[in-house]
Structures are given as structure tokens and as C-alpha cells.
Design a protein around this ligand. Structure first.
Ligand SMILES: *[C@@H]1O[C@H](CO)[C@@H](O)[C@H](O)[C@H]1NC(C)=O
Length: 279
């Protein structure tokens, strides 16, 4: 899973088509073939089932949580590989509910990362906290580590702000309460490739979030012999929005290669889970 780095020119041109839709099962798959080592499927599956049961029985009793649901802001975790030359920037917001995030910093440091607190900005009701993260004096390039960073931040959010659980796809796997409205994976999945200069293209992916998604996506891209470098990895509640610089033999993707990549990604991202625990 080698990552090739390309830092070249600009110029955005063509856009490949995005969504089409077919009715299919809209379950959100679990970790996939590259699920993180940290995730232990069996207990999670059990926990999820228990959560679902309690939610269902609440519904049967007529309990409604739409009031509290509205009050809970959407958590956003953005991993930015572009803005700083030497460090990976992680930007985190959950309305105005986040404190100093010392535990999150500690959890990230426990992964062996150098973490410094960047700016904290408040814009209307949203407080954005930035961390600068380095590993071996450079930004983090390893997709496995990037996914660990993402899940570590989200796990801390779930731990200290359990109410975020129902707003995060990860709430279904690690939280106390799964999201009530799941994202329809067919509708939510968009894949677009644009030129980004002669030497590389920009790949945009939007899909239902799940643990291990980043690794899965990178595996799909590299399996088609395309070089990939992550640019931005966003988690916005239930949805993941990722940008990657991609290239083929040091050049941007031509139209046929772009289409192959788009079709591959759509196919895998929309595929219903195959290793689902049976009932
Ligand atoms: C696009 O690139 C691939 C790989 O180099 C090549 O096989 C294919 O013929 C190209 N297609 C077009 C339309 O240029």
C-alpha cells in the first residue's frame, strides 16, 4: 500500500458523472476486509444488536427523541493533509460543546504521535479546535495511522460526549446509541474525478461512514494500480467526505482510467456487507 507523493501544478477541467441509483439493501457495512486491528467484530455486533433492541422497544412505547435529536449538533472531524507542509492538521467541532480536549490529545499522543494544539476559533455556535500532528517529524502519510487518528478522535468524542453517538455513523459501532436515521448508501455515495494539472487528478468520494472506510478506499484505488495520496478526510456525522490526489505512472488519469476507478469505487462502496453475522 505504497503512497506516492506528487506536488505539482494545478488546472481543474473535466468532471466525471456522479450518482445513479438502484434500489438495494442499504445496510451500512462493517469494517470490511481492512477493518482496523483495534476493532473486535464479535462484541461490537452484540453491542449493536442490544442497542437496536432498546431503540426499537423505545419506539414501541411511543418514546420520541426528535426533540433532543435536534439539539445535538453534528460532529465534524476533518483531517487536512494540504494546509501545512510538515504536519497533519486535525480539525474537530461539535457545536460549542467541546472543552480543552486534553484527553483527545493524550489519546493521540498514546499512538506515538507528536501533537500540538493549534488555534481554537468560535464562529457563531461552532467551536473549531485544531491539532497539528507529526510522526517522525513529518506529516502522517500512513493510511492505517490516519484511520487510527480518525477513530481515536471519534472514540474520545463518544466517550466524553455520549450524546454524539446518535449523530455519528461510528455510534453504531462504538457508541451507546446508534443513529436513528441511517444514510442510504446508494444515495449517499458519490465518486467524482477531476483533473488537477497534468500530473495528477483529484478524486472526491462521499459515502456513508464506517470504521476502516479509509483503508478500504485506499486499497481499492491501489488495487487498480493507481497511486494515491490523501488530501482531506472529513467525517461529518454519518457521512465521510474524502479527497485524494491520484495519478497513474506519474500522470493524471485519462477518461477511461477515471471511469474504471469510479466504477470500482461505486461498486465496492455500495456493496452490501457480505460477512454480516446472521440472525
Ligand atoms: C488511458 O490510459 C490507459 C493506461 O495507460 C490506456 O490503456 C488507455 O488506452 C488510455 N485510454 C485513452 C482513452 O486514452
Amino acid at each position: 500500500m505504497a503512497l506516492a507523493a506528487f506536488h505539482h501544478g494545478l488546472v481543474a477541467v473535466a468532471v466525471a458523472p456522479a450518482a445513479s441509483s438502484a434500489a438495494a439493501a442499504s445496510r451500512v457495512p462493517r469494517g470490511g476486509f481492512l477493518g482496523l486491528h483495534a476493532a473486535s467484530p464479535a462484541p461490537l455486533a452484540t453491542a449493536r444488536r442490544i442497542c437496536c433492541q432498546s431503540i426499537n422497544s423505545a419506539n414501541v412505547l411511543g418514546a420520541s427523541s426528535s426533540k433532543s435529536d435536534e439539539a445535538v449538533p453534528v460532529p465534524v472531524v476533518m483531517i487536512d493533509q494540504e494546509s501545512d507542509r510538515d504536519s497533519t492538521i486535525v480539525q474537530l467541532s461539535f457545536g460549542d460543546r467541546l472543552g480543552a480536549l486534553l484527553d483527545t490529545m493524550k489519546a493521540l499522543k498514546d499512538l506515538g504521535l507528536d501533537v500540538t494544539k493549534g488555534t481554537v476559533t468560535t464562529d457563531s455556535d461552532v467551536t473549531q479546535t485544531k491539532f497539528h500532528i507529526m510522526r517522525f517529524g513529518r506529516k502522517v502519510e500512513d493510511p492505517d495511522m490516519l484511520e487510527r487518528i480518525r477513530l481515536t478522535v471519534i472514540n474520545n468524542l463518544l466517550k466524553y460526549h455520549p450524546e454524539s453517538s446518535e449523530k455519528l455513523a461510528m455510534g453504531e459501532f462504538f457508541g451507546i446509541k446508534p443513529p436513528e436515521k441511517k444514510v442510504d448508501i446508494d444515495i449517499a455515495t458519490h465518486v467524482v474525478v477531476e483533473d488537477d494539472g497534468p500530473k495528477r487528478s483529484m478524486l472526491y468520494i462521499e459515502t456513508a461512514d464506517r470504521p476502516g472506510l479509509l483503508l478500504e478506499v485506499i486499497k481499492i484505488i491501489t488495487d487498480t494500480n493507481i497511486d494515491v495520496e490523501s488530501a482531506e478526510i472529513d467525517t461529518e456525522g454519518l457521512v465521510a467526505k474524502d479527497k485524494f490526489h491520484v495519478s497513474y505512472r506519474g500522470a493524471k488519469l485519462n477518461s477511461s482510467l477515471s471511469q474504471v476507478l469510479i466504477n470500482c469505487l461505486r461498486y465496492y462502496l455500495r456493496r452490501p456487507e457480505t460477512d454480516e453475522d446472521s440472525y
